[in-house]
Design a protein around this ligand. Structure first.
Ligand code: BES
Ligand code: ZN
Length: 657
């Protein structure tokens, strides 16, 4: 760690120092204060921008959505401020596969000496270097106007033909910028360590949604058939939260400050799915942290190729249509994305190396919401499912792998390659551990303190540590001395840097005991074929997640269940016809492990209608083991259906490219 500290930034040096001091010491805070005024190197290794010299304060995004050419065409105006002590002439911005047409400085164009795209540097793209004629003085601001078009190599956008949409009537497009794909839409400082306010002027023939509040629509001009949709985002956000979607979209209310947006034919089902829970969830979030900051909380249900379960774009969460399952059993995705309104969107990880601060906190808040709405056992229920996902990730990476640590090294790496359940679940367990260690009452005071301290800012794990220590150092109370002792004994380094699984807590298993008992019966049935008559009533009244626990338990059987037993299970429990993809995907995985021929076609069929990576990637991996020819054929057939990010990941999984 020392080497890492030395060649990185002042903050790391502070942390190194901090490790040598008693945990209650405020030394790290002092050192950092001194150090950051003298050394100021970027702490995000996944950007080519020199955000230690210039910071984006405001971004104006002006685009025409050109469905015919499948590109965005327009300009961005970046208002930058020079912050460096040592004066500099060069502004470096992230771009990836962009067609930059021109760069000028508003009002002061004579100050630009030249601009150029530097050679591509994988996996980060090509820096756009704008050289000024003279050094920028600290505090000086500029408005950089960049004319730009996206290209067909853009990794953030998916363009759908009318035939690929549900009513087959209109084209559709949407963006997905997290983690480092915003740079393939417009030149920017593509790091979560920089936050900018935004305004959007988007011209399109179809309704537009963006990650800001709508400020107006200038309706269609008869020549072009396009309208101008405007939005503003006055809360500073990192580039990865920039979002756009346009298509045949209608909206309906799902609460006093919420709407759902989706295709007109899907509107009433989507409204039903979400209207019972959304406002309740917001209110619990507010009671745990503080008031919801983004005015309205809305959900856009995307076409089925959306590669994630949900994406926490401000004002409008983007969500997979697989959550519209007709049983309100997938609304945990909404509790999760809503929680990002505090963790991630207001308080952001400073780099993807500290992604657990976004996802671990969000998973923690999501489960607190579940507990408040449905009762405490639901928190453990969700945590038990999470533990399984965590164990699977650790097994797949290998238990010593860098990406099984809470704080990871991403220098030279693509954050998409590190994506797994680890930051979610290990992050959750770290916070859950702190809650138990410090007591729920005290911890519940810490939550709003933390989210206030870093509101509209970004932080890393070392800031988190010093904030915990500082808060509990100052907090009065009868148990203050005991708390400090506990914190002094806490092994922060083990939590941050030890690979593999964290200590497993004692879960309340009241909601899963029936699932384990039924799984045991299947085990016996699989081994002897006797002693148990499977019937639909076995799972009658179960929540979908209880079926998920059953199937995950069965997935781990060694030896696997026979193809015959899998057939009986599918028949009696109706798994293949379930509307809940969480259930179907896991049943197919059980079948593939049993090498059942019967599940091959249904697997290929699912892979052609769902593009959510959580299902697509494991199913391709398993299908590949059973029938590589079918896996490759299915992928080639559906290549255009998948979002570019999903396509790239499956390509890596299947072909290792
Ligand atoms: N922010 C993530 C999705 C994401 C992560 C996109 C990293 C790109 C890079 C989102 O909040 C998320 O975690 N979605 C989950 C939802 C689940 C945990 C309820 C998903 O997509 O499955
Ligand atoms: Zn998340």
């Amino acid at each position: 760690m020392y080497i890492r500290a030395r060649h990185q930034c002042a903050k790391r040096i502070a942390i190194f120092a901090c490790r040598r001091h008693p945990v209650s010491c405020i030394f790290p805070v002092l050192v950092r204060k001194m150090a950051t005024t003298t050394i100021n190197a970027p702490r995000d290794p996944n950007t080519l921008s020199n955000y230690n010299n210039f910071l984006t304060q405001h971004t104006s995004a002006n685009f025409e959505i050109d469905f015919e050419r499948r590109r965005l065409d327009g300009n961005v105006i970046l208002k930058l401020i020079s912050i460096a002590d040592s004066e500099t002439k060069d502004i470096l911005l992230d771009t990836s596969h962009l067609d930059v047409k021109d760069v000028s400085l508003k009002d002061k164009n004579n100050l630009i000496a030249k601009w150029q795209l530097l050679p591509r540097f994988e996996p980060y793209g090509s820096a756009l270097k704008v050289s000024l004629k003279q050094e920028a003085a600290k505090g000086q601001t500029f408005e950089l106007d960049i004319r730009v078009q996206t290209t067909d190599k853009c990794t953030a956008l998916q363009w759908l033909t009318p035939a690929q949409t549900s009513n087959k009537k209109h084209s559709y497009m949407f963006s997905q910028c997290q983690a480092i794909h915003a740079r393939s839409i417009f030149p920017c400082q593509d790091t979560p360590d920089v936050k900018s306010t935004f305004d959007f002027h988007i011209r399109s023939p179809l309704p537009v949604i963006a990650s800001g509040l709508a400020t107006g629509v200038v309706s269609a001009d008869s020549d072009s058939g396009t309208s101008l949709y405007t939005f503003k985002q006055d809360i500073p956000i990192p580039s990865y939260l920039f979002a756009l979607a346009s298509g045949d979209i209608a909206t309906a209310p799902i609460g006093p400050r919420s709407v759902v947006a989706t295709g007109p034919e899907e509107l009433s089902a989507s409204k039903w799915e979400l209207e019972a829970d959304t406002e309740r969830f917001i209110q619990v979030g507010e009671s745990l942290v503080y008031d919801y900051a983004w005015t309205t909380y809305n959900v856009l249900i995307l076409p089925p190729s959306f590669p994630y379960g949900g994406m926490e774009n401000p004002v409008f969460t983007f969500a997979t249509p697989t959550i519209i399952s007709g049983d309100r059993q997938n609304v945990d995705v909404i509790a999760h994305e809503l929680s990002h309104s505090w963790s991630g969107n207001l308080v952001s990880n400073a780099s993807w190396e500290h992604f657990w601060l976004n996802e671990g906190w969000t998973t923690y808040l999501e489960r607190r919401i579940q507990a408040a709405v449905h009762g405490e056992p639901h928190r453990d229920f969700s945590a038990i499912i999470g533990w399984k996902a965590l164990s699977d990730s650790v097994r797949e990476f290998g238990e010593d792998h860098e990406f099984t640590k809470l704080v990871i090294d991403l220098k030279g790496k693509d954050p998409d390659d590190a994506f797994s359940s680890v930051p979610y679940e290990k992050g959750f367990h770290f916070l859950y551990h702190l809650e138990k260690l410090l007591g729920k009452e005290a911890w519940d005071e810490f939550i709003p303190h933390y989210f206030s301290k870093y509101k509209e800012k970004s932080l890393d794990s070392y800031d988190f540590k010093s904030t915990v220590l500082e808060f509990f150092e100052r907090r009065p109370g009868d148990d203050a001395t005991a708390t400090k002792k506990k914190l002094a004994a806490l092994d922060w380094d083990a939590w941050f840097y030890r690979p593999g699984l964290p200590p497993k807590p004692q879960f309340d298993t009241s909601m899963v005991d029936v699932c384990y008992a039924l799984a045991d019966k299947w085990k016996e049935f699989g081994q002897s074929g006797t002693g148990f008559q499977p019937a639909a009533k076995d799972i009658e009244g179960w929540m979908a997640n209880q079926v998920v626990v059953l199937l995950e338990r069965i997935q781990d059987f060694e030896p696997p269940l026979s193809a015959e037993a899998v057939h009986i299970m599918g028949q009696r429990y109706g798994f293949l016809t379930s509307r809940n993809v969480e259930v179907v995907a896991r049943y197919l995985a059980v079948g593939l492990k049993a090498k059942s021929q019967e599940v091959l076609e249904p697997t290929a069929e699912l892979l052609g209608r769902v593009g959510r990576m959580k299902f697509v990637r494991p199913l391709y991996r398993r299908l590949n083991e059973v029938d590589r020819e079918l896996a490759v054929r299915t992928f080639e057939k559906n290549r255009d259906f998948y979002h570019p990010i999903c396509r790239a990941m499956v390509e890596k999984d299947l072909f290792g490219t």
